[in-house]
Design a protein around this ligand. Structure first.
Ligand SMILES: NC(=O)c1ccc[n+]([C@@H]2O[C@H](COP(=O)([O-])OP(=O)(O)OC[C@H]3O[C@@H](n4cnc5c(N)ncnc54)[C@H](O)[C@@H]3O)[C@@H](O)[C@H]2O)c1
Length: 452
């Protein structure tokens, strides 16, 4: 290209563009969890050679044996990907072999509810020594605006001795490309991944274009934004929007209960408006990796600008009170039967954080079980996705999944997660009392049902 020094001649982004176009670019996915593994399969299905990286030796070994550890991903999908060249490894030196590195590691909160970027930092430090000029790195983990450029970028530059391509640079022999592109995985939702648009924001135009081209190979639409921070903020806006709207309906549910109105009927009626309204549904509390966690990344960041994100705080307050409401409503329902919660046999139905998924993270069911136990209820649980509840960072419940054979022996059945496989008519028929936090029993008329 005229006007460029000889050292830049071979290292601009054109070679990688050509390899992406030809689908010979090797894609490396770091973190093979709920986000990373489906992403690895998506690129593999699109005929890209894929290498997955994970520090969990057990996950690597399961995948290498053609197995799966995510319920909705059948082993056959892993085996088909392996036939197309998908491999999993814990060996970071193989970062050198790939052309694009997509990082999907966890971003939880610390005990004091501050952002825990230790996984992003550890990943940056682990890949940096093997980084090559011309590679594209894209961070996908949900995080606060500024993480890609202020946290990951310096770790990569320091550890690799390379520089990130900035400004108008198309890439030199010493530069790599860096972007942020948030994952929009929606577990349990059948929307084809290809139909979910991708937002990308690169450190410079060349990085944005490379990332847009790569993601455009597996998604029908790519939305480019001007910076990684804009992409980071867009993802948080999406999750905060849900968190705040769920809090709104949770609060209105409490009011409806007091007024003798059915919030579900009200939402259904409001949903008939063809514009300006999107339905959100109340529940026993928030769960999953995103909604209960991500908004607090922004609250934390906002405080550095002396700014208080009041909507987020209020939504957090309302949503985190919901498990307490469920336990109080259970006690009140038992009271009407002249029973106390203390000593009552309670079967919690469904423990995953949402229906039809095998994900327990931040599930309100765990909090509800803990609260019920504090009140000395005899708690059992059933969930087709969890044969046992083992110790987690936050809870030590140590329970085995009960059978559904003798529902009549419980003082009440508490529906926390409305899995599709449950036969709700039978549950209502056989149980003495049913507390329904999800409107799972809609359409069933029985005085045994208490909706809360
Ligand atoms: N689960 C979702 O529905 C969802 C949706 C959108 C965005 N996200 C975001 O995506 C990110 C990943 O979430 P997830 O649900 O896949 O988490 P996950 O816990 O299921 O998976 C993370 C994986 O990263 C691995 N890992 C941790 N440290 C590593 C390291 N240093 N090197 C390599 N691997 C490492 C873990 O072993 C694990 O397999 C998070 O930031 C999350 O907020 C999640």
């Amino acid at each position: 290209m005229p006007g460029r020094s000889p050292s830049t001649r071979n290292a601009d982004y054109q070679p990688l563009r050509t390899r992406i176009e030809a689908r010979t670019a090797r894609v490396g996915i770091v973190g093979l969890g709920y986000v990373g593994l489906p992403l690895a399969l998506l690129f593999s299905e699109a005929r890209f050679p894929v290498t997955g990286f994970d520090v969990d030796a057990n996950k690597v070994s399961v995948l290498s044996g053609g197995g799966s550890y995510i319920y909705r991903i059948p082993p056959a999908d892993i085996q088909a990907a392996r036939k197309r060249g998908f491999t999993a490894t814990a060996d970071y030196s193989r970062i050198n072999e790939v052309d694009a590195i997509l990082i999907c590691v966890p971003t939880p909160l610390t005990e004091s509810r501050d952002p825990d970027l230790s996984y992003i930092r550890a990943t940056g430090a682990a890949i940096a020594p093997y980084l090559r000029a011309g590679q594209l790195v894209s961070l996908e983990s949900t995080t606060y605006p500024g993480t890609t450029e202020e946290v990951l970028l310096p770790i990569l530059e320091r550890g690799s001795g390379l520089k990130v391509a900035r400004g108008a640079s198309p890439g030199t022999d010493e530069e790599f490309y860096l972007a942020f592109s948030p994952e929009r995985e929606d577990p349990g939702n059948d929307t084809a991944a290809r139909d979910i648009p991708r937002v990308v924001g690169g450190v410079n135009q060349a990085a944005t274009e490379l990332a847009a081209q790569l993601y455009g190979s597996v998604h029908n639409r790519v939305v480019r934004v001007s910076t990684p921070a804009a992409a980071e903020m867009a993802k948080l806006l999406e999750n905060i929007y849900r968190c705040v709207n769920i809090a709104l309906v949770n609060e209105l549910k409490l009011l409806c209960l007091r007024m003798g109105l059915d919030i579900w009927e009200v939402i259904e009626a409001a949903s008939s408006k063809p514009f300006g309204f999107q339905p959100f549904y109340p529940g026993p509390g928030l769960g999953g990796h995103c909604i209960p966690v991500d908004p607090f990344y922004l609250s934390w960041r906002a405080r550095q600008w002396d700014f208080h994100t009041r909507f987020i705080e209020l939504a957090g307050e309302i949503n985190s009170a919901m498990p307490y409401h469920v336990v109080a409503a259970t006690a009140a329902a038992l009271n009407r039967e002249k029973k106390t919660l203390n000593g009552a046999r309670v079967l919690v139905l469904g423990v995953s954080y949402k229906k039809d998924v095998d994900d327990l993270r931040e599930s309100p069911a765990l909090k509800i079980i803990e609260l019920l136990r504090k009140e000395e209820a005899a708690v059992s649980y059933h969930d087709p996705y969890f044969p046992a509840l083992v110790k987690t960072r936050k809870y030590d419940l140590q329970m085995k999944c009960a059978s559904l054979d003798e529902l009549g022996k419980y003082d009440c059945v508490l529906i926390v997660t409305d899995h599709s496989d449950y036969d709700y008519a039978r549950i209502v028929r056989e149980a003495k009392l049913v507390i329904d936090t999800r409107n799972a029993t809609r359409g069933i008329r029985s005085s045994k049902i208490v909706r809360c």
